[in-house]
Ligand binder design. Structure first.
Ligand SMILES: [Zn+2]
Length: 117
C-alpha cells in the first residue's frame, strides 16, 4: 500500500501538487522524482536521504520552471529532453551544493525575499 502526503508549490502561474510517495517510480525518467506538466505534479520518493530529497526537489522545481517559462518549447535552449536533463541536472546539483555549503545564503535570501514589497 502506498502512503502519500500532498503539498502545493506555486511555480509561475501554476499550482503544483507536491506528492511524496513511499514507493519508487516505475516509468519515470528521473529515478528519485518526476515533474508531470500534464498533471501539474512533482512526485518525490519519501525514502530518500535529506540531501537526496533536497537535490531532487530542486531538480524537479527547475524542470517545472523551464517548462512554465517556455525554455523547453521548440526553438528554445532546452527543446530536447537530453539538453534539458543535462542543464537541469547540473544546475540543481550546483545550487544544492551552494546551499548546503553556505546555509546563511538561504537564510539571507528568505529574509530578503519576504521583505519584498
Ligand atoms: Zn530531470
Amino acid at each position: 500500500m502506498k502512503k502519500s502526503t500532498e503539498k502545493i508549490i506555486k511555480i509561475g502561474y501554476q499550482n503544483i501538487t507536491l506528492i511524496e510517495q513511499e514507493s519508487t517510480f516505475q516509468n519515470s525518467f528521473d529515478s528519485y522524482g518526476e515533474f508531470d506538466h500534464r498533471k501539474n505534479t512533482i512526485t518525490i520518493s519519501k525514502d530518500l536521504s535529506d540531501l537526496d530529497y533536497s537535490c531532487t526537489l530542486i531538480h524537479e522545481i527547475i524542470h517545472a520552471v523551464c517548462y512554465y517559462y517556455g525554455l523547453t518549447q521548440n526553438g528554445q535552449p532546452l527543446d530536447t529532453e537530453n539538453k534539458e536533463e543535462i542543464v537541469v541536472n547540473n544546475i540543481s546539483n550546483g545550487i544544492t551544493a551552494v546551499l548546503k555549503e553556505n546555509p546563511n545564503v538561504l537564510k539571507d535570501l528568505l529574509k530578503k525575499l519576504h521583505n519584498v514589497r
